[in-house]
Design a protein around this ligand. Structure first.
Ligand code: TXA
Ligand code: MG
Length: 306
């Protein structure tokens, strides 16, 4: 059975299709990297503005020189330590990466995702796929095949069901093109582990650039207004709003950082579907382990601020 779905995905990707693929972080919406029309369809299906670059997913470290130009020292260190895994590295690109994938930028975002079905599809396909998260632009990323179907429905040629995503938030993005490595988006792999692997400190870029839509202040947003509250203030704030006649949902996350990340988007979707007027959420405490969940909740709250 998995074999049949792998073959079908490869056939569709070769024929210019767009296919939703499971990864360990979130589901991606994939097209063969060298098929310009198929990559353009990704933008159309997502409603993503042109010029916002896509992540290039490859099967193995041996494929990296095809797409990454210049010195591969840092990339190889990261590959050895973290790939396949929830990390994306930005490096100079080769001409094998078309403009439509990078939004015309001289750099490319590369990653080897950690999911057996998707790795098998990439291997059999024999080239990389460009894939953003498989959600409509600006909304919550999908962590199950059903989320993808709910969001994109018949607009995709196939949804490969690989079960719920293990990590649950998008990959850490590290930019290797500057003087110092810089994290552009927080994910499961933090600056300490990255600095360790690279042998130099890694800075966290405070989101000054809009090259990455995941860095826009308002992103990853549910439809229902999300309000962040201090833990101590939660009961009083819920009561105050209920007295005003609001239907109040509460987002509670497990204290374990990995579990909190894994369940975050499914919880947001569930609360969104429940028809509350507002959802109150408590940020997990600061620290590397919670950085990704804090970041996504803060962005979601900004977008829906009431
Ligand atoms: O975990 C993930 O990274 C998931 C799975 C599917 O791999 N993908 C994902 O893709 O989150 P997307 O497109 O939703 O977010 C990719 C981010 C965007 O913010 C994009 O702008 C940024 O990567 N990006 C891609 N290429 C870039 C580049 N050359 N320079 C700066 N940012 C780049
Ligand atoms: Mg996305």
């Amino acid at each position: 059975m998995p074999d049949a779905i792998i073959d079908e995905a490869v056939r569709l990707l070769r024929a210019g299709g767009v296919v939703a693929l499971p990864t360990e972080t979130v589901y991606g919406l994939a097209a063969a990297i060298d098929d310009r029309a198929a990559v353009q369809r990704i933008y159309a299906v997502k409603g993503r503005p042109a010029g916002h670059p896509l992540i290039v997913h490859v099967a193995a470290a041996g494929d990296l020189p095809r797409y990454a130009a210049g010195s591969h020292d840092a990339l190889e260190r990261l590959a050895r330590r973290f790939w396949p895994g929830p990390l994306t590295a930005i490096v100079a690109r080769t001409p094998a990466v078309p403009d439509v994938v990078t939004g015309g930028q001289p750099t490319v975002a590369l990653r080897i995702p950690d999911h057996p079905l998707t790795l098998a599809i990439l291997e059999r396909l024999g080239c990389a796929v460009a894939a953003p998260s498989a959600n409509r632009f600006g909304r919550v990323s999908p962590t199950t095949a059903q989320h993808v179907r709910d969001d994109l429905g018949g607009d995709v040629d196939l949804v490969v069901d690989g079960g719920p995503a293990r990590i649950g938030v998008e990959s850490t993005i590290v930019d290797l093109t500057g003087d110092v490595p810089a994290i552009l988006r927080a994910g499961a792999i933090g600056p300490t582990a990255l600095g360790d692997a690279l042998g130099v400190p890694v800075v966290t870029s405070a989101g000054g650039s809009v090259r990455a839509p995941g860095m826009l202040a308002a992103h990853y947003a549910p439809r229902t207004a999300l309000v962040l509250v201090e833990p101590d203030a939660l009961p009083a704030e819920a009561e105050r709003r209920q007295l005003r006649g609001e239907r109040v949902g509460v987002l509670t996350l497990p204290s374990d950082a990995a579990l909190a990340a894994r369940g975050l988007y499914a919880s947001l979707r569930g609360l969104d579907a429940a028809g509350y007027d507002v959802v109150l959420a408590v940020l997990p405490p600061p620290g590397e382990a919670n950085a990704a969940v804090r970041d996504r909740l803060q962005r979601a709250a900004r977008e829906t601020a009431t």
